[in-house]
Design a protein around this ligand. Sequence first.
Ligand code: ZN
Length: 473
Amino acid sequence: MAAAATSGSLRAMTVDQYVVAQRDRLLEELLAYLRIPSVSTDPGHATDVRAAAEFSAAALARLGFDAQIHDTPGHPVVVAHGPALPGAPRVLIYGHYDVQPVEPLELWDADPFEPTLSDTTITARGASDDKGQIYAHVKGVEALLAVHGALPVNLTFVIEGEEEIGSPNLSAFVAEHAERLAADVVVISDGAMVAPGIPTITYGLRGLTYVTVRVRAAGRDLHSGAYGGGVPNALDALARLLAGLKDEHGRVQVPGFYDDVSALSDAERAAMARVPFDEAAFRADAGVSATPGEAGYSLVERIWARPTLDVNGLSGGFQGEGAKTVIAAEAMAKVSCRLVPDQDPQDVFAKLRAHLQASATEGVSVEVRAEGLAPAAMTPLDAPSVAAARAALLQVWGREPVFARSGGSIPIVAEFQRLLGAEPLLIGFGQEDDRAHAPNERFAVHDYLQGVRVSAALLQALARPRAGAPQGP
Ligand SMILES: [Zn+2]
């Protein structure tokens, strides 16, 4: 174990002193992890992806964990169990060792897999998403072992290699190993704080219903001179359908769409109003001049906590240069809804399909196919794990954390809830502008080291008695 390897003289130290003393090595190890080009989408990198799995497993084995590399039909999953502590809380830390592709390479200032380290910043593919954040947890465990000699909880790491390609094999893997992976809390650090220096607990993720809509109006494209005025037009029909999906106040018009939407409490709305959210920066970043949306809700509420409906793609008819007088026989649209608790993605799909088919104009058929369904996920704010996270973040950052929701979806979070009965605890160590998935991805050195401290503090806080703790927000 690292505790033994790093000698008894460290036992008098605090975690903070340990992190300061070991700073250079903690960084060097992360740089070695970042040098592995574990691009999961590229079959040419399959051996690199496995090398990153082996690096992850070895790092945990050195801490005394029982670390195994499990093969799946795709890339392997690393599972590592710490020593059993009967009666203590069961904590699972989830992350991923795979990374996004690096193209376009010419937009990088340096080789994405030859990390550059300045006084303040680590720049490399995977620095923030997610090697830096998961490795902060590994090193948080190391610090706890070095300082205290033992862990205070039953701890399991699950580090997968397919997150960036949609985790196609993880859900089945978790279901198959549910007994061994059962946990009270799943800790995930694969995101951002609301702003630098502002510790953040993300307690809600939106879900998703994604559909393809196909409209058919004729057996073939028809000449608009010979047939125009006498036949249905698939593009006209589709345009009408899509235009009718929302009203002028941004309300979705699918009957029953809002039936199961859990309303925002006054306390949540007050908390969201206090979030330091810069609307001008949001507009500038998006390159938009306005922020339209559902009437009656603030911008933060709309992007974090209200359901949406958006057209994501549209095609049909003549798309070439110049003119072609044609009436389209077929038209296609991609439509997605971001969902909130307690909307059921399958139910929303059924309602959307029924509404589109019932609204079709004369002589056209409408086919609606589901492409992706994922439920929203919520951590109850009165969960003991939230109180523990709040205490840990306050201890390390010296200020109260902000409670945020995210408009995005991480389907595996709801799967962990469903399959393992675990409360999700999302604590991002990175920043929104870490350029995840983009050229010159980076991670602040301070955020990495704070992540190590937070991880250690969190495990200790989760081990404390679970009653009577303060609750937020
Ligand atoms: Zn990630």
